[in-house]
Design a protein around this ligand. Sequence first.
Ligand code: COA
Length: 526
Amino acid sequence: MSDNRTAMLEKLADLATEQEKAVNAGGKYIARHKERGKLTARERIELLVDEGSAFLELMPLAGWGSDFPVGASIVTGIGVVEGVECMIVANDPTVKGGALNPWSVKKSFRAAEIAERNGLPTVNLTESGGADLPTQKEIFIPGGRGFRDLTRSSARKVPTVSVVFGNSTAGGAYVPGMSDYVIMVKERAKVFLAGPPLVKMATGEETDDESLGGAEMHSRISGSSDFLAVDEHDAIRLARRVVARLNWRKEGDTSVASGSSYAEPDLDPEDLLDLIPTDLKEPFDPREAILRIVDGSGPGNEVAFDEFKPLYGTALCVGWARLHGNPIGILANARGVLMSEEAQKAAQFIQLANQKDTPLLFLHNTTGYMVGKEYEQGGIIKHGAQMINAVSNSQVPHLTVIMGASYGAGNYGMNGRAYDPRFLFTWPSAKSSVMGPAQLAGVLEIVARESAEKKGQVFDAEGFKAIKEMVETQIEEQSLPYVLSGMVYDDGVIDPRDTRTVLGICLSVINNQRIEGAMNFGVFRL
Ligand code: COA
């Protein structure tokens, strides 16, 4: 087995362990939940989506490294329900009663953003104790956006469905309240602005759960529920019937949807484990990765990857391909650094993709833009600005995969998170930060030395060694994919071998809307 494969398999085993933490986040409460005759969030999703279809779970590691359980008490992802790609958001009631903490809020906002930008109907599988009370100050004010997003989706003619399996109190009552279709489970759903104890305190009225907010009451009396389900399975059946009747039509290119209309890659994706070094100092040719991700050559796709401007700005490889039949433009770092030629080549290529309404895929392995007198005088800032202008104002959908390094402004130019890619995934070998850990620690040392000299002090080089090591370790840890995934800076860490399937699902999702490139960019500083 190659060294690269051994190292990547270790990282993948580690990733599986971390993802398992999200599945088991409820701990002892999972058994209690099942004893109550309830399905877990993941079981509900599995029953909701079409048999044999893929569920693309998003942000499973949200909250990693925080004080809250991995996964942040909700499960989110894109699943196919009665042939319709839906954003599914399921509370995990085994984690703090499904209460939403600051990371759950970030995760649910990102899910709503993905639904909005790709025009996906949303299905909420609701059972939550509302706000995590000890951290309410961080979520109460921004959290209102969740309800706003539901009704705005409805206004855009993108329907929302809420299936209430249990508690949905206070603010949570507005999840079904703001949804277009509501299903409640008999004797389980409880939807009220305030439960019996609070009502007693506020008005002195004596009442009970069922008459305040039970499924029967809402289905027969208040009208806040449209369907009364006899149990959880029935509720999921009803949700599928609702989606089946949405009369949903994809507005994008659906001619490429059939699996038989494209060829599998010319080279085996399994080889990616041998080819991708986990040591970022080792370079690799991204063409090797591209040919294992995109459709292979065959009828309608004579050449798997048509490289554009192959002799110019060779540290960036750009070109056209198809992925699951979808035309796509790819920009991939071939050597770490980006120079003026690469930046200008990228700006030109992005404009070409917009001219022909073709989505773009950015494959990161960059240490950033070139520094030094020669490059500054050659206009590296303005050329980098041209690339960032093109990335920022491009209107075709962007997909980003961070394969290796993603440092400095290279992260921006290559369409990092701040530049709104429709989806962003990382490989377990990836690292992102303002610069490499050793470089950052080295810069700090130079600054500290100069500062001491300015004050007329002697710089304690030996003493600074420990600080430098500490900083290097800290930056190394902070730039790892789990940390960034925990902070919801990506949509998930994926196995390189799954890249093609994941991107294929994303491209199908993107085609829920018409793809239309930009006619205008900002003023290019020439
Ligand atoms: N914030 C923080 N922690 C909460 C919580 C909340 N909103 N709701 C529940 N929890 C915690 C519980 O304290 C308990 O913690 P523990 O494991 O450390 O003991 C754990 O979640 C499980 O709660 P439990 O009450 O045993 O679960 P349950 O399944 O029997 O009931 C609820 C779940 C949600 C019905 C119930 O916990 C509840 O009513 N919570 C408060 C709901 C509320 O009023 N929220 C305010 C909305 S703004």
